[in-house]
Design a protein. Sequence first.
Length: 363
Amino acid sequence: MPKPPLSYAAAGVDIDAGNALVRRIAPLAKATARAGAEAAIGGFGALFDPKAAGFKDPILVSTTDGVGTKLKIAIAAGIHDTVGIDLVAMCVNDLLAQGAEPLFFLDYFATGRLEVDTGAAVVAGIAEGCRQAGAALVGGETAEMPGMYAAGDYDLAGFAVGAAERGALLPRADIAAGDVVMGLASTGIHSNGYSLVRAILREEGLALEAPAPFDPEASLAAAFLRPTRIYVRPLMPLVRAGAVKALAHITGGGLTENLPRVLPGGIRARLDLSALAPDAAADGDAARAARVFPWLRERGRIAREEMLRTFNCGVGMALVCAPRDEAEIRAGLARERISARRLGVLETGEGPAHVAYEGAPPW
């Protein structure tokens, strides 16, 4: 008896499902259109006109990132509409740290078998992140690869391009001893340290649908899937006004490794750990989200240095400015309901830039 003919669908790749997903997400991408981009989906490439976006002599800045093992929690919990925000945030906050305005974004979604509802929920989050950042979602790639991923699993990568006028990039060359380091509150863990988080959850034997011990108003899944805060809209006006000397996106490596990346040699950042607690009056959501850090340190028996290198510890973005600009920056961020606290000052040091800590942390 002859064997039946093979097909792509029989091999596990459903082109019709991919087309259905494109139809579902096209309106989401269109809603992110901005000056310089039409945000059309379906072509072989996307165009962007920096002149139409208002730039005269732009320097382009590009970034790429993912969401890491936070995806494992999203997949296990069946909550897929926030990790797309994380994906955008990880990229556009890096652009911001260079002083660049995000212009457009592309995503890569890879899975073993395409579930259209799941893919649409993920892309809806990506579109929401782009809306928050003012970036156009101009395209992406959906890869269905049977045998590469376990059932239900998927992975994400994001790619963002931004621009700054020539001569306006960060960090600035006038960073000096005496400058102030401010910490902008995070909305919890953001998107780094989740392999350690998952190890603690396994050890504790906690179910994701159970109330969070550190936040009984939320389930563990909801608490750990709070999306990464996007700082673009609150900070870009301050960057353009010249009030900001440097920004450091506090991701993997924490304050310990990320802040020195934007400081010149011979500078030490002396930070007071007691200032890490966000101002609840200015930013109640951040104060609530920050309760996770004492719980993680206690349940994981995590050393102080490990906490500071693994987690953001309540600071999603560090900012360096001259003392005279601190009040203006604080007021501007307060209008956006973002807690911004002085963490410390820069001082003359020896060798490569580094961080020195003092005081007791709030966790």
